[in-house]
Design a protein around this ligand. Structure first.
Ligand SMILES: NC(=O)c1ccc[n+]([C@@H]2O[C@H](COP(=O)([O-])OP(=O)(O)OC[C@H]3O[C@@H](n4cnc5c(N)ncnc54)[C@H](O)[C@@H]3O)[C@@H](O)[C@H]2O)c1
Ligand SMILES: [Zn+2]
Length: 358
């Protein structure tokens, strides 16, 4: 199946195609002065990686191939500087194209490189993980990290297109797959009408074209209405407030991002229950979907305490205290609201629930 979505953002429109990528590649490279492929070793060594590199070499003036260090190690200012020098030496011009092929780390770094090189050139996103297909490659946010903080230096620079090809997912390590399914389920929690289908896919450990397209459509819809995260875009942070605390409490190694967000989403529903916004049924549905996908919904008491302390440092804070993204019962299901103020006692008690074994 191939689905073509349209992203509208900051007066710009770009296609997001979910399905085979190669047939669409030439449409983006035609007429360019040159093309630079930005990727990482693990990705370009896969079958789809080799095919894509060969296709680019055939159909475009491929001026440079940049192999970034894997994952977050590729998202640094030092790598950015080296990469920009490579593009310059390879003769890229303002009419060249950067093709970023990889997980969210590569699309973030490649997109940011394109945003600053010669004050901004076009880039094409070819996401190769579930997380990048449903989240990182969509919405135009690009960034690298500082030693002090993730994504601290970045830009809004939407790509000219996104080619999300499910064929990449065959080689994705199982833990990365599960981690991405955590974000897939997030869209099911934001749109409960999608949940039965998304939960069934996640339970089977799969993310097919229809699932990827459904999730991408939700993100694009939210970003279109609020490109700069002034309001509705905050919904996409469901589970991320406490989740970031969990990720940090585990030293960014013990839990993947998707695992941390899974715990954070279970936390958000439990906090909402403590505040009388939802009942037991909602908490049970959400936790069943997460555990069904092999994701955690509990941590040890000490990790929960540490996560709660670190959550207090969350950047999405107001004078009123921490602001939460929380569900509230609506019709037969629930809706999710942002900028919700929570009672500190409920915040503590919900953390205690998450930090209980079993
Ligand atoms: N810009 C945004 O809006 C946004 C949103 C969410 C996340 N992000 C960023 O995305 C990054 C996380 O992305 P991620 O989860 O994709 O992680 P990642 O990019 O680090 O990739 C995870 C691992 O999978 C490997 N890999 C990627 N594709 C593969 C494939 N098809 N087969 C085998 N191995 C493959 C990578 O080499 C890496 O080792 C973070 O840096 C995060 O900040 C950005
Ligand atoms: Zn996330």
């Amino acid at each position: 199946m191939s689905t073509l979505l349209e992203a509208r953002q900051q007066g710009q429109t770009y296609p997001v195609a979910v399905g085979p990528a190669l047939p669409r590649l030439a449409g983006f490279t035609e007429g360019r002065d040159s093309v630079a492929l930005v990727t990482c070793a693990r990705v370009i060594r896969t079958d789809p990686g080799r095919r894509l590199a060969a296709s680019l070499a055939r159909s475009a003036p491929l001026a440079a191939t940049l192999i970034l260090p894997d994952g977050e190690r590729g998202k640094t200012l030092a790598v950015l500087e080296r990469s920009a020098s490579r593009l310059l030496r390879a003769g890229l011009t303002r009419r060249s194209l950067v093709v970023a092929v990889g997980g969210g780390a590569v699309t973030d770094a490649g997109g940011f490189l394109a945003s600053v090189f010669m004050r901004g050139i076009d880039w094409l996103a070819v996401p190769t993980t579930v997380l990048a297909m449903v989240d990182a490659a969509l919405g135009g946010k690009t960034a690298v990290n500082l030693p002090e903080a993730k994504n601290a230096v970045g830009a809004f620079h939407p790509p000219v297109g996104v080619l999300a090809d499910p064929a990449w997912l065959a080689t994705l390590p199982p833990r990365e797959m599960r981690s991405g399914l955590g974000e897939v389920l997030k869209y099911g929690f934001l749109r409960p009408e999608l949940l039965p289908r998304l939960a069934a896919e996640a339970r089977a450990g799969r993310a097919g074209a229809r699932t990827l397209a459904d999730c991408a459509a939700v993100k694009l819809e939210v970003v279109e209405r609020d490109p700069r995260e002034k309001a509705e875009r905050k919904l996409l942070n469901l589970g991320h407030t406490f989740g970031h605390g969990v990720e940090a409490a585990g030293g960014f190694r013990r839990f993947t991002h998707g695992e941390s967000v899974a715990i954070g989403m279970a936390y958000a529903f439990r906090l909402a229950r403590r505040m009388g916004r939802v009942g037991d049924g909602e908490v049970e549905r959400v936790e069943a979907a997460l555990t069904g996908a092999g994701l955690p919904v509990r941590v040890s008491p000490s990790v929960a305490r540490k996560a709660l302390r670190l959550t207090a440092h969350d950047k999405k804070r107001s004078a009123a205290g921490l602001l939460w993204v929380l569900p509230i019962r609506r019709g037969g299901g629930w809706a999710v609201e942002w900028d919700v103020v929570a009672d500190p006692a409920a915040v503590r008690d919900a953390a205690r629930e998450i930090g209980r074994q079993g």
